[in-house]
Design a binder for this molecule. Structure first.
Ligand code: GAL
Length: 369
């Protein structure tokens, strides 16, 4: 199947139901618990809701739409940050029958599920996060995500007038059990180290706002309150860091992020966060649907790279978003104008006072789509 155009997906969608209907044999379970019907079910497990709003706000919606349009019956569940729940959901889905499974790993739980699915002949797509035993990995170019974050830190330091080699930079990475976290780290470190940055502190990584806040607060104390930049691996982590910066009246620090969350976009407009890495989830979901359809219809899947363990990797391109690109995210429908441009945010130079987000939106050309 040719990769390039989304039209290919659209063209396929009309016939996909027919194609999928002819795909008995990939179906989960035996013919008594689903048979042919099971082969057209797409079973999806999301990891949690707290690490990033993306899972419930975007991945659920875009996967549901894309898989339905391709002729699948869709079952999307969320493990809510619980490895036991992850495997219970999987067992229930497999009992009902799955033609394909799309799993977003949570702390290693997907690997055992993939083994069970494979034993039943069901293809498994590692959606967004890698894990052993998947047939395909569909995600963004995650090292590139990291590079864009590293570039964000450099841009922020330049704006602050601090040379990278002299800068005090703290690393607030992602959960190390998420296979993406190392890729984000590698890409960010590649760019930052090439410019002369060495980390002043690097607490254990997590995808967690409260933990990031505590970890950064401790790091800041150990650095006697001096910081020039923070590599934060996503907007949720950045939000924890920014709370500490605001409490300590430390405006103008270079801060990176990822996911283009509403809070992240507001922090960018307010000047507290330098930029975020916007990952148009719609494109990622469409790429995954394409792979699912190709797998079930026996067509070739075109990939962009291969993971070290040999898993073929489909990569979607991430986008850097600073204050003047916030409107791109809003106009794409990936951040509601009413949420981004409502309320207030602490003033960068005097955090005890608040600035209207409506004013900041106007200044940066963020308009109602
Ligand atoms: C990563 C994902 C990011 C971010 C993070 C926290 O694996 O690629 O987009 O959301 O998890 O959930």
């Amino acid at each position: 199947m040719k990769k390039s155009s989304l039209l290919a997906v659209a063209a396929l969608s009309g016939t996909a139901a027919l194609l999928l209907a002819g795909c008995a044999g990939n179906g989960g379970g035996d013919s008594t618990d689903g048979g042919d019907a099971a082969s057209t079910r797409a079973c999806v497990i999301l990891p949690d809701a707290a690490s990033s709003p993306r899972w419930e706000n975007f991945d659920r919606k875009y996967l549901e739409d894309g898989l339905t349009a391709a002729g699948f019956e869709v079952d999307i569940q969320n493990a809510q940050g619980d490895v036991n729940k992850f495997s219970t959901i999987a067992d229930q889905q497999l009992t009902q029958g799955c033609g394909v499974m799309l799993l977003v790993d949570y702390q290693g739980a997907a690997e055992a599920v993939a083994a069970k699915a494979s034993a039943e002949g069901i293809p498994v797509i590692a959606y967004d996060r890698p894990f052993a035993g998947a047939d395909y990995y569909v995600s963004f170019d995650n090292v590139e995500v990291g590079r864009l974050q590293g570039q964000t830190v450099l841009d922020g330091l330049e704006a602050k007038g601090v040379a990278p080699a002299d800068a005090v930079v703290v690393y607030i990475g992602g959960d190390p059990t998420d296979g993406n976290a190392a890729m984000f780290h590698d890409g960010a470190v590649e760019v930052m180290e090439a410019a002369g940055i060495t980390p002043a502190a690097e607490p254990p990584g997590a995808w967690d706002q409260a933990k990031s806040q505590t970890n950064f607060e401790q790091a800041l104390t150990s650095l006697n309150g001096k910081v020039d930049g923070v590599w934060a691996a996503n907007d949720t982590n950045a939000a924890g860091v920014i709370k500490v910066l605001q409490d300590n009246n430390l405006g103008g620090v270079a801060v990176s992020g990822q996911d283009a969350n509403v809070a992240g976009l507001q922090n960018i407009l307010g000047g507290w966060q330098t930029a975020t890495v916007y990952k148009p989830v719609k494109l990622e979901a469409e790429a995954a649907v394409k792979v699912a359809v190709a797998l079930l219809s026996g067509e070739d899947v075109q990939t962009d790279a291969t993971l070290d363990d040999g898993t073929p990797y489909v990569q979607v391109t991430p986008v850097l978003v600073g204050p003047d690109e916030v409107n791109d995210v809003v106009s794409a429908g990936d951040a509601p104008f009413d949420e981004v441009c409502t309320g207030t945010i602490p003033d960068l130079t005097n955090p005890d006072t608040q600035v209207e987000l409506a004013t900041l939106c106007e200044a940066h050309g963020v308009v109602e789509p």
